[in-house]
Design a protein around this ligand. Structure first.
Ligand code: ADP
Ligand code: MG
Ligand code: ZN
Length: 589
């Protein structure tokens, strides 16, 4: 930490030194407590796991992050014979505990990493943060707004320049051809501005990347910086919003000052909606800080000189809540829409993520891409990663097709659960799922069933999976068929067992949601006609609509509910009819 240059008053300087000393002492303490006197041997988790599986481990101390174990007999590792070992523990491995119990390993579980000393260690970062905060806010109070923040605390925009920017390239971003083309000209501008200005063309200064979470907005922004080989200043909208009055605005000022000094450069503001929400909206007060920050952001973008080679990229998944002032010419006037990947793009994204992983020849990326409509790039990356973890657990040398489908099941359905169902319950779950399956199979308007399971997984007791397809538009008839399939589980229970059960709750909730959307959003109700109502605003703190026009009237809400209920009743009648028609198939299942 360096002092504010020149004018630090004596008390401030004194506090600075105190903070220094405190930091030093804490670091020494951390080192002392963390160092391990009887250093046991560190082994890979897979090695430790193998020992447990082979029954070689006698006792184990387990905490959230590490395990320390003792072997029944010494083992040879890297030429040394060891009897105690430690290893990192992954956050999620549901097979570990059953294995430990199966082998009767003496188990000692710590909530924290160890005794009271380590508990103190875990508090230290908090003490430092609170101390720093107190010190800083004391300074802020003594100075006019943003009168100078200590240099390193000014903004947390991370700056990567020189080699570091080139880490991500367009080649790392799969799909998104249109977005890449749009951003290409920005790369050209940053690299060689004369080529653009020679034609008299103007390059947009602010580009807004709009799209659902996980579609690669952050990634492509990084890639632009990498391709242009310029410094990249990135900050998230929520980082701007601080508890200290005026600091958000001061940060914006300093961020842009740094970016201009380093020009050509890129400023990237992630989650723009956190700062850029419509002013004067929302419920309750406390938005002054955000509004000041937003005003400052607008002022900075207006203050660009024609010669400043600074491009501002921003990302959001809620363009609808942005303040219109942000979208005016000269600000974020270029929008690049980044959508969920279609089939070919999903294949390419998978290819990017398996580049550095050994893949069995039988694994077919086209097939994986075909079964993952609706997955974002981040979901696909996660799928591959889960498959790799599964392969590790199963001691496969390569990622095999089975690993991928296990990862897919885990992501889509949740983890297998160890719930024992008694035969009655199993019968009921089977009836329920068979209802969904028969209804889906019998209807030409929904995707056919692919697999049925009555093994409990995640939150559900059973599941019926329908083949997935890339859809952009869905018709009323298809939605009605989907409703019927949702209700078929409930209908089958009534039909076969004479009584409904709690098992239909989730189906009914989805059906109700869908029916309300059909009525209030898609104009599919004969009673209400083609209307759009903000029927279930999910987050009142986000919705400027609620604040400005108050949502639909009470009568309208009643009408929507009645129409939705009618749709559901019709759907159940339809489902029951289908099941009666195919009763033999249902019973056979
Ligand atoms: P967003 O900012 O849109 O929420 P990110 O850029 O943070 O999404 O994406 C998260 C991760 O998902 C990336 O780090 C990358 O591993 C993966 N990913 C997303 N989209 C793509 C893509 N088009 N190509 C390759 N990887 C992608
Ligand atoms: Mg992101
Ligand atoms: Zn169901």
């Amino acid at each position: 930490m360096s002092a504010r240059r020149g004018d630090a008053s004596p008390p401030a300087r004194w506090r600075l030194w105190a903070a220094f000393a405190g930091l030093f002492v804490s670091l020494a303490l951390v080192w002392y407590l963390v160092r391990d006197p009887a250093a046991s041997h560190e082994v890979a988790y897979s090695v430790a796991y193998g020992w447990i599986r082979d029954g070689k481990v006698r006792s184990l101390e387990l905490s959230r992050e590490v395990m320390e174990g003792r072997l029944a007999a010494p083992e040879l590792v890297d030429g040394t014979s060891i009897q105690t070992f430690h290893s990192a523990v992954p956050a999620q491995d549901d097979t570990l505990m059953p294995l430990l119990h199966a082998h009767d390993v003496a188990l000692h579980v710590h909530e924290e990493a160890g005794g009271a000393g380590r508990f103190l260690v875990s508090l230290l970062p908090w003490l430092l943060v609170i101390g720093g905060w107190w010190w800083w806010s004391a300074r802020m109070r003594g100075s006019p707004l943003g009168g100078g923040l200590p240099q390193p605390l000014r903004h947390r925009a991370r700056r990567f320049d020189g080699e570091a920017t080139s880490a991500t390239k367009f080649a790392d971003v799969a799909g998104l051809g249109g977005a890449k083309r749009d951003l290409e000209e920005i790369v050209t501008y940053l690299k060689d501005p004369d080529r653009i200005t020679a034609l008299g063309a103007k390059v947009p200064r602010g580009v807004l990347l709009v799209g659902p979470p996980g579609t690669g907005k952050t990634l492509i922004a990084r890639a632009v910086a990498g391709e242009a080989d310029v410094p990249f200043f990135s900050i998230t909208g929520s980082e701007f919003i601080e508890l200290f009055v005026g600091v958000g605005a001061a940060r914006v000022r300093e961020l842009f000052a740094d970016a201009k000094a380093a020009a050509p450069s890129i400023v990237f503001i992630d989650e723009l909606d956190a700062v850029g929400r419509v002013r004067g909206a929302g419920i309750g007060g406390g938005h002054d800080e955000r509004e000041q920050t937003l005003d400052q952001l607008l002022a900075e973008m207006d203050g660009f000189d024609r010669r400043d080679q600074v491009i501002v990229l921003a990302a959001t998944n809620r363009p609808d809540v942005l303040d219109p002032a942000l979208l005016r010419p000269g600000r974020f006037d270029r929008r690049v829409v980044i959508d969920l990947p279609a089939l070919a793009a999903r294949r390419d994204i998978l290819a990017v993520h398996v580049r550095d992983k050994p893949l069995a020849p039988a694994v077919d990326l086209d097939e994986i891409a075909a079964m993952t409509p609706g997955f974002s790039g981040a979901d696909l990356a996660n799928l591959i990663n889960e498959a790799a973890l599964h392969a590790l657990r199963e001691h496969h040398a390569q990622i095999e097709a089975g690993d991928v489908s296990a990862a897919y099941d885990k992501i889509v359905l949740g983890d297998p659960r160890d719930a024992r169902l008694d035969p009655d319950e199993r019968q009921r779950v089977a009836t329920h799922e068979a209802g969904h399956a028969v209804a889906a199979w019998a209807s030409p308007n929904v995707e056919p069933p692919r697999r049925i399971s009555i093994l409990p997984r995640g939150m559900a007791l059973g599941a019926t999976e329908q083949a997935a397809r890339d859809r952009h538009v869905t018709t009323r008839r298809e939605l009605e068929a989907r409703l019927a399939v949702l209700l078929a589980g409930h209908a089958a229970e009534l039909l076969v067992l004479g009584e409904a059960s709690t098992g239909a709750e989730h189906d009914l909730r989805s059906a109700m949601r869908l029916a309300e959307d059909m009525v209030a959003h898609y104009g599919m109700s004969d009673a209400l006609g083609p209307v759009y109502y903000e029927h279930h605003e999910r987050d009142v703190f986000l919705g400027h609509r609620i604040a400005t026009d108050g949502g639909p009237s009470e009568t309208t809400v009643h009408a929507i509910e009645r129409a939705a209920r009618d749709l559901i009743t019709q759907a159940r009648t339809a489902a029951t009819a289908v099941l009666e028609r195919h009763r033999a198939t249902l019973d056979a299942l």
